[in-house]
Write a protein that binds this ligand. Structure first.
Ligand SMILES: [Zn+2]
Length: 383
C-alpha cells in the first residue's frame, strides 16, 4: 500500500467526493449498539486462544509464512490451506476468481470469502490480503504484510464460531434475549464475513491499476450484483434495488500488523465510533491484565492527520462502503524489506491483536460466551 499525504485542496476535494458517494450510494449507515460485555465475558473471550500456539511460526502462521505471489503455486497452496480451515468450521465459501492484466502479463487472482450465515441481510466484513509481494531479487515472506493479519482473521473465526452457533440455535428456537443495550433480533440478522484479498501488491510501481487487483474486481462485481427481495435490507438502506455492497455495514481492513508497538489511528470520520470501540476493547483487555502492555498505547487519540493510506479498501470506499482501516502509521520498519519474515513478528503483539479483534467483533455482533452455554462449555474443543 502507499501513503497518500494529500495537499489540503486535494484532500478537501477527496473528502467531498468520498462523502457524497456515501450518501448517494447507500443513504445513511446507522451506528449500532455494541453489546456491553461483562468483565467475565471479556475474560472468557480472551481465553479462547488456541492451545498449541506458543511461537510466531506455529499454528496458521506456519502455513502462511511462505512466498505466495499471485499466480504462483505458493499462492494456490495458501488458498487451499485457508479453505481447509473454513471448511472445518462449516462456513459458507465463495471463491471469486478472475484474470487481470498486470505489468507481468495476464495473471489469475482469487479472492476467498467466508460467511457464517450467507442468508443474513447484513454483515460486518473483516479483511486482509493473503498474497505476498513479488521481488525480482528473491523470495519475500511478508509476515506483517499480511500473513499475520490473515492469521488473526482465522483466529477470530475459530474463536467466535461456537458463539455464533449458540446464538443461531437460540434464535431458531425462538428465544432471543432483549437487553437494555441491544436489540438482539437486529443483532442476529447481522453475520460475520471474512474476505481474503488476492493481488493487493503492485508488481512494479504502485499505481491505481498496478495494485489491489482482487479487491477492485470484487467491489465492482458486488456493486453489479443485485439482491432479490431483501425487504428488510431495502428499508434499512433506503435503496429499492440493494446490491451486495449494501449488505456490508462496514469493511474492516487489517494490514501490516504483527510487529511490536504499532500506532493505529482513525482515518475516516464515518467510522470514528468503530475505531473508538476497538480502542475500548484494547483498553479493557489492558485494564484486566489480559494483554501484554509493554507498548501501552497503540490507538491514537488525535484525528488531525490529513491523508489516507491507499490499500484494498479503495474500491469499496469509492463505492460508499464505510471503512475502518487498521494499519500502523508509520509502517513497520521491515516494510517491503526481506526482514519482513517470522523474525519481524512478536508473539505478545499477535496475541493482543487476536484478543482485541475477538472482543471488538463479539461486541459488534452482540455475541457473548453466555449465549445459551457457559463459558466453560463454549471452547474450541467443540469444533
Ligand atoms: Zn505490501
Amino acid at each position: 500500500m502507499r501513503v497518500l499525504a494529500l495537499a489540503p485542496l486535494t484532500l478537501l476535494v477527496w473528502v467531498l467526493v468520498a462523502e457524497a458517494g456515501v450518501v448517494e450510494a447507500h443513504g445513511q449507515r446507522e451506528r449500532r449498539d455494541f453489546r456491553a460485555l461483562s468483565d467475565d465475558q471479556v475474560n472468557a473471550i480472551a481465553a479462547l486462544d488456541p492451545p498449541e500456539w506458543d511461537s510466531v511460526d506455529s499454528g496458521h502462521l506456519a502455513k502462511l509464512l511462505v512466498p505466495r505471489v499471485s499466480g504462483t503455486d505458493g499462492n494456490v497452496a495458501v488458498q487451499k490451506y485457508i479453505s481447509s480451515v473454513f471448511t472445518k468450521l462449516g462456513w459458507h465459501e465463495d471463491k471469486y476468481a478472475t484474470r487481470m492484466e498486470t505489468p507481468q502479463g495476464e495473471l489469475p487472482f482469487t479472492n476467498l470469502v467466508y460467511t457464517f450465515d450467507p442468508d443474513a441481510p447484513r454483515k460486518i466484513v473483516l479483511s486482509a490480503h493473503f498474497d505476498s509481494k513479488w521481488f525480482e531479487q528473491g523470495d519475500f515472506i511478508g509476515a506483517t504484510d499480511s500473513a499475520a493479519p490473515c492469521a488473526t482473521l482465522m483466529d477470530v473465526a475459530e474463536a467466535l464460531t461456537p458463539l455464533l452457533q449458540a446464538r443461531k440455535a437460540r434464535m431458531d428456537a425462538g428465544t432471543p434475549i432483549l437487553t437494555a443495550h441491544l436489540d438482539e433480533v437486529e443483532a442476529a440478522e447481522t453475520t460475520l464475513q471474512l474476505v481474503f484479498f488476492d493481488g493487493e501488491e503492485a508488481f512494479h510501481e504502485w499505481t491505481d491499476t498496478d495494485s489491489v487487483y482482487g479487491s477492485r474486481y470484487l467491489a465492482e462485481l458486488w456493486e453489479d450484483t443485485y439482491l432479490p427481495d431483501h425487504h428488510a435490507l431495502a428499508r434499512r438502506r433506503m435503496s429499492p434495488t440493494p446490491n451486495v455492497l449494501d449488505t456490508i455495514d462496514v469493511l474492516v481492513l487489517l494490514d501490516l500488523l504483527g510487529a511490536p508497538n504499532p500506532k493505529i489511528q482513525s482515518y475516516y470520520r464515518e467510522t470514528d465510533w468503530l475505531f473508538e470501540e476497538m480502542r475500548s476493547a484494547d483498553r479493557r483487555l489492558r485494564a484486566a491484565g489480559l494483554v501484554d502492555t509493554t507498548d501501552a498505547q497503540w490507538f491514537r487519540e488525535f484525528r488531525g492527520w490529513a491523508g489516507m493510506i491507499d490499500d484494498d479498501h479503495r474500491p469499496f470506499l469509492h463505492r460508499g462502503v464505510p471503512v475502518l482501516h487498521v494499519i500502523p502509521n508509520p509502517f513497520p520498519h521491515v516494510w517491503h524489506n526481506f526482514k519482513d519474515d517470522a523474525s519481524a513478528l512478536d508473539l505478545p503483539t499477535l496475541r493482543r491483536w487476536n484478543r482485541i479483534m475477538r472482543v471488538f467483533t463479539a461486541g459488534y455482533l452482540g455475541l457473548a460466551t453466555d449465549d445459551g452455554a457457559s463459558a466453560d462449555q463454549v471452547t474450541r474443543d467443540e469444533l
